[in-house]
Ligand binder design. Structure first.
Ligand SMILES: Cc1cc2nc3c(=O)[nH]c(=O)nc-3n(C[C@H](O)[C@H](O)[C@H](O)COP(=O)(O)O)c2cc1C
Length: 216
């Protein structure tokens, strides 16, 4: 099937959203934790997290247009801190549930049964059940003029990861803790790392890395 820009423009909006949300492929699933100004814990699933660079260590989050109440955005703007918690197989249903429109004073932790936990005095709630917990400070934001979304940048201040994930080269074996991926806004997938390849060089077909304990 071939789909042109004019076909896209003519599609019913839900159909187009379904197509566009899956067209760019699998995306990460993360729970964003924050505090409201009155101290209520908030949690929301986001699949738009982007690695924005390692030094300084930056993450990007894309927010939908601020046409309705967006607690996560408002909380981060008010407090300056948020957490990013990877979704694993054992909590994907609870994670999906956080997308429901709960009232501002209701905590998604309480409503979904996920557990709020704290690392030192970092001023935002983490998800106890998550194998990868990242604490970020708000840095800046960029309005996307084409559609009213907002790209927010956060700097990584603290990370807590389950030891089983960490490889000797610093990378994470995400499949060891069954970290899941999203497909659009309602599909959840369990990826498996099938290979790791050597650094790519011109004129040399990359080989599998298979040294030491790093099989995958
Ligand atoms: C799988 C999935 C991914 C989502 N990703 C995003 C996202 O990247 N950005 C966004 O603004 N909303 C996203 N949402 C919607 C939010 O989770 C939803 O609007 C939530 O109610 C926001 O909560 P808040 O008002 O507490 O911020 C996603 C929803 C689902 C189900």
């Amino acid at each position: 099937m071939k789909i042109t820009r004019s076909d896209l423009d003519k599609m019913p909006s839900r159909y187009r959203a379904g197509l566009m949300n899956t067209l760019s492929g699998y995306k990460p699933a993360n729970l964003i934790g924050s505090f409201s100004e009155s101290g209520v814990t908030n949690l929301a699933i986001f699949n738009s997290l982007i690695h924005m660079g390692s030094q300084p260590p930056l993450l990007g989050l894309l927010f939908r247009p601020l046409t309705v109440r967006r607690d996560t955005y408002a909380n981060i703007k008010a407090n300056g801190y948020f957490t990013v918690n990877a979704v694993s197989l054992s909590i994907y249903k609870e994670a999906h549930h956080t997308a429901a429109k709960f009232e501002e004073e209701e905590s998604e932790f309480e409503k979904t049964g996920l557990t709020a936990s704290y690392i030192g005095n970092f001023p935002a709630p983490f998800v106890e059940e998550s194998p990868i917990k990242i604490g970020c400070s708000y840095q800046s934001e960029y309005p996307i003029k084409e559609n009213g979304t907002i790209l927010m940048l956060g700097a990584i201040e603290i990370v807590e990861i389950n030891d089983s994930l960490l490889r000797t080269d610093g990378s994470l074996a995400l499949d060891k803790e069954q970290v899941i991926a999203t497909v659009g806004l309602d599909g959840y997938a369990l990826p498996e790392i099938m290979d790791r390849l050597e650094y790519a060089q011109p004129g040399h077909k990359p080989n599998s890395m298979n040294h030491g304990t790093q099989k995958k």
